[in-house]
Design a protein around this ligand. Structure first.
Ligand code: SAH
Length: 230
């Protein structure tokens, strides 16, 4: 069980006002992750207060950058971050959690059902192989998945023109190496939201906007993307 008062005060600190029901769901999800973590690795963070800050505060620090009512894809959602806290705190969003590791996706989808989150569905598979998702989303999120040039290539096709990529990063350093990828993919850096978590760690949410169609040769196969990032 999480200390709900601590959770509440941390979320208040990022301008969120969780209801008792939302606090209950966040607390229940912590229990589910810790339990499932005994079977296979979902997270190295199981200390209660660390979990609140490093998973919940961090996942929700980017919430303000996601437009109201958006269809959202969370690429590489792993154990459900940021998609689960976002689905709990933002019932206006329709979120798809995507991960290449099927057992993680099964866990997220079973948890979403148990928590009554009807705004969160999941897909097991690799981002670069999901052609049916092209042009579908208003926003894409990704936390701790890959370097920025690689991510931009995975993300660009999924967005509608005008849609935004909300990248969870520690700072703006990686932007320099993603200049060419932005240009080639028509996915331009728009602004960032920089701040510190309650434990003093720096965070930067980098927001990109899709300004035009993605050239049809992208995304390439994952091996090529990794070996020769744009
Ligand atoms: N976003 C989660 C998990 C990060 S670990 C969190 O912040 O806690 C990175 C995850 O990305 C892994 O679960 C891995 O399976 C997934 N992943 C990496 N490359 C991927 C790809 N090309 N398509 C889909 N999932 C991918």
């Amino acid at each position: 069980m999480l200390q709900k008062q601590f959770l509440k005060s941390v979320l208040n600190g990022i301008n969120l006002e969780p209801t008792d029901e939302q606090l209950g769901k966040l607390s229940a999800y912590f229990d589910m992750v810790v339990e499932k973590n005994k079977q296979f690795n979902l997270t190295a963070i199981t200390d209660e207060n660390d979990f609140v800050v490093k998973h919940y505060e961090d996942s929700l620090f980017g919430a303000s950058e996601i437009p109201v009512g958006a269809r959202v894809l969370d690429i590489g959602c792993g154990g459900g971050f940021p998609c689960v806290p976002l689905a709990i705190m933002r019932p206006d969003l329709q979120i798809v959690g995507l991960d290449s590791t099927a057992k993680k996706v099964v866990f997220v989808s079973e948890s979403a059902r148990a928590l009554g989150l009807d705004n969160l569905t999941t897909v097991a598979g690799r981002a670069e192989e999901q052609r049916v998702m092209y042009g579908v989303f208003d926003a894409v999120t990704a936390r701790a998945v890959s370097s920025l040039p690689v991510l931009l290539e995975l993300v660009a096709p999924m967005l509608k023109v005008g849609g935004r990529f909300v990248a969870y990063k520690t700072d703006e350093m990686e932007l320099a190496q993603a200049k060419n990828a932005q240009k080639v993919l028509n996915l331009q850096f728009d602004h960032s939201k920089v701040g510190t978590l309650s434990n003093g760690e720096r965070r930067a949410i980098l927001v990109f906007k899709k300004t035009g169609a993605t050239p049809p040769q992208y995304p390439r196969q994952y091996g090529t993307i990794k070996k020769k990032p744009l």
